[in-house]
Design a binder for this molecule. Structure first.
Ligand code: PRP
Ligand code: XAN
Ligand code: MG
Length: 163
């Protein structure tokens, strides 16, 4: 699917991500999990933060790729797990079209599946999420960004006047 279906951006800072994951953990703290399965790569950092909050030490991965930046391609599953997910917490950063989630759900049908962010098409595939955003919104994660110089406003405006 093409990148131009995204009309808006939702930028998430490290602080925001940490606060959001902790808020998600408040909804999970009463449950007991055997371990966590992180869906790489996006699920790795949320999974590490959740593991710390819930005091979980056993962490496995499902390694799967769907996107090349904003372009969605075919699903490439590089590693699965040898159980059906019963008693396990399954974690990804987000669910968008739900293509990745659908595949991983087939692999671990009994896991409790959470994402930090969700878009409407994918939302029914996860058991819990923290924040829902519009389908046409691209979520910019902190690991995909860097700090860059920004021109003073007056210079940006003068340049606009010259044009
Ligand atoms: O609901 P979908 O439309 O399937 O999209 C969601 C998936 O896309 C991203 O992974 P990506 O394939 O970009 O790999 P990454 O986690 O390694 O960045 C994201 O981390 C989810 O796993
Ligand atoms: O960084 C990302 N932001 C998104 O909104 C998204 N949707 C699918 N894959 C994604 N990756
Ligand atoms: Mg991913």
């Amino acid at each position: 699917m093409s990148a131009n279906r995204y009309q808006q951006h939702f930028t998430v800072s490290w602080d925001q991500l940490h606060r959001d994951v902790r808020a998600l953990c408040h909804q999970l703290v009463e449950r007991d999990f055997k371990g966590i399965v992180a869906i790489t790569r996006g699920g790795l950092i949320p999974a590490a933060l959740i593991a710390r909050e819930l005091n979980v030490r056993l962490i496995d991965t499902v390694c799967i790729k769907s996107y090349e930046h904003k372009e969605q391609g075919g699903l490439d599953v590089m590693k699965g797990v040898d159980h059906d997910g019963e008693g396990w917490l399954l974690v990804d950063d987000l669910v968008d079209t739900g293509k990745t989630a659908r595949k991983v759900r087939e692999m671990l049908p009994k896991a409790h599946f959470v994402t930090v962010y969700a878009k409407p098409e994918g939302r029914p595939l996860v058991d819990q999420c923290l924040t829902e955003v519009a389908q046409d919104c691209w979520i910019q994660f902190p690991w995909d960004m860097g700090i860059a110089y920004v021109q003073p406003l007056v210079e940006q405006v003068r340049k606009g006047d010259d044009a």
